[in-house]
Design a protein around this ligand. Structure first.
Ligand SMILES: [Ca+2]
Ligand SMILES: [Ca+2]
Length: 247
């Protein structure tokens, strides 16, 4: 009987201890707050002028659900590219409509993104942020290839877990990627690395139809320091009549 009472009391004690421990989950979850991993991935690593590139930011969440996050994405060469738009997508590549996203800070060189509304589940590497950027014609188009690289870095601001308590995780790991603006030559106005009838059309648009305002170095195919109708004639001669190549 005495042994039975002891067993009962020790069972009750064990149960109470379990209840107390369960009441303070934080104390039992020392692995909380593992930093979400953030990766920058680029949809296209080469780009011509005015070509859209997708900067994809992956969030790899290693632990508790993230219900709120802020990210900072910086751009090294705002003179070569500009932000276009932003969207949050699921890992399947379809828009996650229940997500909300905001731009808290916006400049030619940096963008701060806030996401909230739906948790990123634990142990997932899905949910993407897609930033669209356009590359632009640099003023000094004769730059070296290395000078035409636009690098992007993502991370840094942090994430919040809101269940069971509000916790701030910082910093998010930084990661980076880059876009290289494709080198080009005079006459190849659309920068597809071929000089053909489409460049003649582009030159016509540039000269007469308020076409894209590319620096005249691409359009000045006869190298007289001005882009005009004589360049159009020169280019037509080159493409169709075995004329001299662009200078
Ligand atoms: Ca071309
Ligand atoms: Ca010219």
């Amino acid at each position: 009987m005495e042994n039975y009472r002891r067993k009962v009391w020790s069972g009750v004690l064990l149960l109470m201890t379990s209840i107390v421990v369960a009441s303070f989950p934080g104390s039992a979850k020392s692995l909380w707050a593992q930093t979400p991993k953030v990766y920058v991935d680029l949809g296209d690593t080469t780009s011509g002028w005015n070509v859209q590139d997708t900067i994809t930011v992956f969030i790899q969440n290693m632990d508790e659900p993230i219900e709120y996050f802020q990210l900072l994405v910086t751009m090294s060469r705002p003179d070569l590219a500009y932000w276009d738009s932003i969207a949050i997508w699921s890992s399947a590549g379809t828009l996650t409509a229940s997500w909300s996203v905001g731009l808290q800070y916006y400049s030619p060189a940096a963008i701060q993104i806030t996401g909230y509304g739906t948790a990123i589940p634990a142990y997932t590497s899905g949910n993407l942020i897609k930033l669209l950027v356009h590359t632009v014609c640099p003023d000094a188009w004769a730059d070296t290839l290395q000078d035409r690289t636009v690098s992007f870095t993502a991370g840094g601001v942090g994430s919040w877990f809101m269940t069971p308590t509000f916790s701030f995780i910082s910093p998010v790991d930084w990661t980076s990627g880059s876009v290289t603006v494709r080198p080009t030559s005079r006459g190849d106005l659309n920068q597809d690395q071929v000089t053909d009838i489409f460049d003649i059309t582009a030159l016509q648009d540039y000269l007469f139809n308020n076409g894209p305002s590319c620096p005249p170095t691409l359009a000045d195919v006869n190298c007289d320091d001005v882009a005009d109708i004589f360049d159009l004639i020169y280019l037509i001669e080159y493409v169709f009549n075995n004329g001299q190549p662009p200078c």
